[in-house]
Design a protein around this ligand. Structure first.
Ligand SMILES: Cc1ncc(COP(=O)(O)O)c(C=O)c1O
Length: 401
């Protein structure tokens, strides 16, 4: 059976993490893996999560199976958080969905439903996009194609090129969008651009597929979803994949959901039945714990307020580190303007340095980032900013340490 099974290379991000862990230097800096870290370099359990978990432990009376769609209350509260409780799509009863194992599960079930609905649909993804979009969505059998997105010169979205490319996407194809905190570039659409894109969607007839994994990490829980809320109020159909991993800090608990906006309630029911059939074929039912924690927080005014408070602290720390890095890199010998780090959103930015500089940072200075030059800004702390800035200045100057 297994004699001819090839040994596959490790996942590039997880491979980098193993190299980081194996590096004996005590002053090494990890800017690779995409999890939030506090000032001490830890990924903490949020206060509200800890409280919701202890309540759950005391009140839970059974571990029997949940339904395929997960906990209906979780789905309801997630939708209220994502779209706002008064959203017209919710009022019209046109949204249905299922709780999933994280945002990855959401993305895969979304793709499975699209393939069931229209096997020939192509999924257009931004260039670049999160590397895992390819296997998660492509693994369902759908074909992926790229549209231009990031402009390495302006370090922002090349919106004109994006709009020109998407104007030619045929009705029936799908366009994957990042809700906020674009991974890996940190370059987001503003609300005016979301409006223009919505108008284009309506005129061309492609179906938006929105991946939102960072609500609350850019400008605020409400602000970060203003674009997708606008779009979902206007378009007839849409798929929304959401992750609770980052904004609740519950990565390993695997909580998320995928929600489908359909033309009417009857179509929405049909789509839901297909999402449930797809989930049944893959994993049957989602894990309960993480979703119960999220639901417990969103459904309790005091816990919710505390979660929002701590999420605000997380956001402020990320933005403070963006400011600090941009400031400390000013005046570098290469003359590169790193002001874009200040403008970008969420945990990630592309530094845009050369592959040789990435290697030198890793080998000589113990600074780890992806080969694409994506850095996790949350890996920066007040303690490591000085050695980090010194290392970056050295490689930008081309000088030896
Ligand atoms: C853009 C994007 N989408 C979705 C996810 C899914 O995350 P998870 O499956 O851990 O909830 C991530 C996680 O890194 C992400 O960056």
């Amino acid at each position: 059976m297994f004699d001819d099974v090839p040994l596959l290379p490790p996942d590039p991000i997880l491979g980098l993490l193993s190299r980081f862990r194996a590096d004996p230097r005590t002053d090494k800096i990890d800017l690779g893996v995409g999890v939030y870290q506090d000032e001490e370099g830890r990924t903490p359990v949020m206060r509200a999560v800890q409280e919701a978990e202890s309540r759950l432990l005391l009140t839970q009376t059974t571990k029997t199976y949940q339904g395929i769609a997960g906990d209906p209350e979780f789905n309801e509260r997630m939708l209220a958080m994502l779209l706002g409780p008064e959203h017209p799509a919710l009022r019209d009863g046109r949204v249905r969905g299922v709780q999933t194992p994280g945002g990855c599960g959401a993305l895969r079930i979304g793709a499975e439903v699209i393939r069931r609905a229209r096997p020939a649909a192509r999924v257009w993804v931004s260039s670049p996009t999160w590397a895992n979009h390819m296997p998660l969505i492509g693994g369902s059998g759908l074909e992926l194609v790229e549209y231009p997105y990031y402009d390495p010169v302006t370090r922002g979205v090349d919106f004109d090129a994006m709009m020109s490319a998407l104007a030619n996407v045929p009705a029936g194809d799908v366009v994957l969008l990042h809700g906020c905190c674009h991974n890996p570039t940190g370059a987001d659409l503003d609300l005016a651009q979301w409006r223009e894109l919505t108008a284009l969607t309506l005129s061309t007839g492609f179906t938006p597929y929105i991946d939102t994994a960072y609500q609350g990490l850019a400008d605020g829980v409400e602000e970060d979803v203003a674009g997708l809320r606008h779009m979902m109020a206007a378009v007839p159909e849409c798929v929304l994949a959401a992750s609770c991993s980052k904004n609740f800090g519950i990565y390993r608990e695997r909580a998320g959901g995928v929600y489908f906006l359909a033309r009417n309630t009857e179509r929405a029911d049909a789509v839901l039945s297909n999402a449930m059939a797809a989930a049944r074929q893959i994993y049957s039912m989602p894990p309960a714990h993480g979703a119960a924690v999220v639901s417990g927080i969103l459904g309790d005014a005091a816990l919710r307020a505390d979660w929002l408070q701590e999420l605000g602290e997380v956001r402020a720390r990320i933005n403070a580190m963006r400011e600090l890095l941009a400031t400390r890199l000013a005046g570098n010998a290469a003359g590169t303007d790193f002001g874009f780090v200040r403008r970008q959103k969420g945990m990630f930015s592309f530094l845009g340095i050369t592959p040789a500089q990435v290697t030198r940072l890793r080998e000589e200075f113990g600074v780890y980032m992806l080969d694409s030059t994506r850095i996790n800004v949350a890996g920066i702390t007040p303690r490591n900013i000085e050695p980090l800035a010194a290392a970056l200045h050295a490689v930008l100057a081309g000088s030896r340490a």
